[in-house]
Design a protein around this ligand. Structure first.
Ligand SMILES: [Zn+2]
Length: 350
C-alpha cells in the first residue's frame, strides 16, 4: 500500500491519554495499581511473608493486614513507590507522561506537568528508570547483532583565546567523567518468519537492545560483554574501530568502515546501533543535557527501552512500565534521596 498511514498516526497507537489518567478517581487509581500488581480478585500477596491470601482489608486506609504475619501493607508497600506521599493518580500520570515522552523527559518538565517540586519529579522519574533497568530482559541476542559505542561527558569547551587552548585529544586532558555507552541490537526476523499474532510489533529494524556503560570503547570490555549477551554463532556487525577486532575469532563478524561508507556494497552496516544513538543523543541534547555518571546506565537503558517499544500502542507501554514499577522492590537509593541517601558508585559493566 502506497499511502499506508504511519503506525504512530493511527488510532491504534493512541490507546491512552494523560487526560484519561487525570480523570481517574483515587479509588480507580488504587484499583489499577492493585490489578497490575496482583491481578483481578481479592487475593493479595503480603510483601513481608509472601503469603497470597484474602488478607483483612482496612477500607478507610486502603491497606491490608496480613492474616499470617500481621504485617500492615498498602498497594505500593514493597515496590519502588513504597512510602508514597502523593495521590496514586499522580504516579499513574507520571508514568503516562513518561510513556508519551519518546525522547525522554527532564525532571523540570515532568515537575511542571504534574505540579510538583523539581526534587519530587527527579526522584519519581528515576524510580521509573530504575524499574526499567532492574526488569530489563538480559536473555542473549542472536541472529544478526549490531554493535557500537558512543562517548558522553567528553566534550571539552575550547578556551576563548587560541593561546590558552589545549590539545583536546590527549589522554591527560580528558575529563574524569567521560564514559562510553556500548549498545548491542538484535535485528528483527525477516517478515516471513515472524508470527502472525504480533503484527503491532516491529517488523523491521531492531527488536531487542541491551546497553552497557564502560570507561572506553576497548577490546577487553567488548569481548567480555559480547560473551555475556550474544549467542555463539551469531553474526555481529561493527564499524572499523579496533575495539571490535577480537570479535572475528569468536563470531561471524562483519565490518563497515565509516571513513568511506555507511553501508558496504554487500549490505553490511551497523545502522541499527546508529539509530539507537540517534534517539539517545536527542534525549541528551533536548532533555537531560548532562548525565550524572551514577545514573548513566539507567539513561542508556531508558533509550533502549524506548527504541524497543517504538511501535507499541502507548497504552501497552504504560501498562508495561507500571508492571515493571510494581515488580521492582523498594529501592534503597531512591528512598530519602534528598535526605542524603543516594547512590555513591556508578554502574560500570566491565
Ligand atoms: Zn505476611
Amino acid at each position: 500500500m502506497s499511502n499506508k498511514q504511519h503506525f504512530l498516526l493511527s488510532a491504534k497507537a493512541r490507546t491512552l491519554s494523560v487526560r484519561q489518567v487525570f480523570e481517574l478517581t483515587e479509588q480507580q487509581a488504587f484499583e489499577t495499581f492493585k490489578e497490575v500488581r496482583w491481578g483481578k480478585g481479592d487475593n493479595v500477596a503480603c510483601p513481608l511473608c509472601g503469603v497470597l491470601n484474602k488478607h483483612y482489608f482496612i477500607r478507610v486506609r486502603r491497606q491490608w493486614r496480613c492474616k499470617d504475619c500481621n504485617h500492615t501493607f498498602s498497594v505500593t508497600s514493597g515496590t519502588v513507590f513504597a512510602f508514597h506521599k502523593l495521590p496514586l493518580r499522580i504516579y499513574l500520570a507520571a508514568i503516562a507522561i513518561y510513556t508519551n515522552a519518546v525522547k525522554g523527559i527532564s525532571a523540570l518538565q515532568l515537575g511542571r506537568d504534574l505540579g510538583v517540586q523539581y526534587k519530587t519529579a527527579f526522584v519519581l522519574a528515576h524510580k521509573i528508570r530504575e524499574s526499567l533497568m532492574e526488569q530489563r530482559d538480559m536473555a542473549q541476542l542472536s541472529g544478526e547483532v549490531h554493535i557500537d559505542g558512543a562517548y558522553v561527558n567528553g566534550h571539552i569547551r575550547p578556551k576563548n583565546k587560541k593561546a590558552d587552548r589545549i590539545d583536546r585529544r590527549l589522554a591527560i586532558h580528558q575529563k574524569p567523567t567521560k564514559r562510553c555507552v556500548l549498545v548491542f541490537r538484535q535485528r528483527a526476523l525477516p517478515a516471513a518468519l515472524q508470527s502472525q499474532n504480533n503484527s503491532n510489533d516491529a517488523t523491521i529494524g531492531a527488536t531487542k537492545t541491551i546497553t552497557f556503560v564502560v570507561k572506553s570503547e576497548n577490546q577487553a570490555d567488548v569481548i567480555k560483554l559480547a560473551d555475556r549477551v550474544v549467542v555463539q554463532g551469531s553474526t555481529i556487525c561493527a564499524d572499523e574501530s579496533p575495539a571490535y577486532d577480537p570479535l572475528h575469532a569468536k563470531y561471524d563478524t562483519k565490518r563497515v568502515n565509516h571513513q568511506t561508507e555507511y553501508s558496504t556494497d554487500d549490505g553490511v552496516s551497523n545502522n541499527m546501533a546508529e539509530s539507537y544513538f540517534a534517539r539517545f543523543r536527542r534525549m541528551q541534547y533536548g532533555q537531560t543535557h548532562k548525565f550524572g555518571i551514577e545514573y548513566l546506565a539507567n539513561y542508556a537503558n531508558e533509550a533502549a527501552y524506548r527504541e524497543d517499544t517504538r511501535r507499541w500502542p502507548n497504552g501497552k507501554i504504560f501498562t508495561d512500565i507500571l508492571t515493571k514499577c510494581v515488580q521492582t522492590k523498594t529501592h534503597h537509593d531512591w528512598c530519602g534521596y534528598w535526605q542524603g541517601n543516594k547512590r555513591q558508585a556508578e554502574r560500570l559493566a566491565a
